[in-house]
Design a protein around this ligand. Structure first.
Ligand code: ZN
Length: 301
């Protein structure tokens, strides 16, 4: 489908978020996670080595794809056991990665969800701030919360030591504006930690349309190292490190479930604790060899 064909209400065409190219059509994708109706076009920009959605939901219509029971909003203990366990472990791993670069100070978590990452940091060494579309977070101590989209709304903060976006960037309509906002609120030398699905991932090739990293239509783009390097450079942020994000067997099992669903075969293997346990060593191995499903970029102002 090209940009000349009329679309259903609430849908729009898009171009490569980095270079503006029309890109090449790859496939039609369905919402394999939440089962929303409709199909969304997946396109690839060969020049930027990234994937993007077109047609995609308009920003004013995207709220339909984030229901109240969207799992990142839920407390870990109320999620299915494999997801709850892997989320708790992911927070701990990301906290350790942040602490390698900065031991404390003022930090904003964008797309804070249930607040578990900030809660895991604790309030002793950190002055914490939280941001998301709506407030779903709870903390044991008061943490200021800002409602908004980071690619539209700049939180009223400055001189932060760190900003974190754990799997938020791929949901944003204006990645450049988000990075400009990060630059504006960081102190000189402050750090941005940004985790996204990795185009250079073995799972992407193995599971095809079922790969959990696509999460259509919530993920508007899946960025490459090349694209991120360009975007950081334009935003005056210096890329300092690229690391594997916390990956686990639950995510691989979910990719398997989605791949089967894309072939009209329903299974609950993604929620199986046994599948999670069996696949976790495989996920660890992929992280070790640099083919993990997701990567963390660390950029300094
Ligand atoms: Zn491009």
């Amino acid at each position: 489908m090209t940009g000349t064909t009329a679309l259903p209400a609430g849908m729009e065409y898009a171009h490569c978020p980095v270079c503006g190219a029309e890109g090449e059509f790859v496939r039609w994708q369905r919402d394999l996670q939440l089962g929303a109706p409709g199909e969304f076009g997946q396109r690839c920009c060969n020049s930027c080595e990234l994937f993007f959605l077109s047609p995609r939901p308009e920003v004013t219509d995207m709220w339909r794809h984030y229901p109240k029971d969207y799992e990142p909003y839920q407390n870990e203990l109320s999620q299915p056991l494999p997801f709850g366990l892997s989320a708790i472990r992911a927070h701990a791993r990301r906290r350790r990665k942040v602490l390698r670069f900065v031991k404390g100070g003022r930090i904003l978590d964008v797309g804070c969800g249930n607040g578990a990452f900030l809660e895991s940091l604790g309030g002793r060494d950190w002055q914490r701030y939280a941001m998301d579309l709506e407030q779903h977070c709870q903390f044991t101590e008061p943490v200021p919360f800002f409602a908004g989209r980071f690619d539209c709304d700049r939180p009223p903060l400055e001189n932060l030591d760190a900003v974190t976006l754990w799997h938020v960037f791929e949901h944003l309509y204006d990645p450049r504006q988000a990075l400009r906002h990060a630059n504006a609120i960081l102190r000189p030398g402050g750090l941005l930690f940004l985790a996204i699905p990795a185009t250079r991932s073995l799972d992407r090739h193995v599971f095809g349309p079922g790969w959990v990293g696509w999460d259509v239509p919530r993920h508007l783009a899946t960025y490459s190292d090349k694209a991120m390097t360009t975007l950081f450079r334009e935003a005056d942020l210096k890329l300092e490190a690229v690391m594997p994000d916390a990956c686990n067997g639950a995510m691989i099992a979910l990719s398997l479930e989605f791949a089967l669903r894309s072939r009209q075969f329903e299974t609950a293997v993604g929620r199986s604790l046994i599948a999670h346990a069996l696949l976790t060593p495989w996920a660890e191995l992929l992280s070790l060899v640099g083919w993990a499903s997701a990567r963390i970029y660390v950029a300094r102002k």
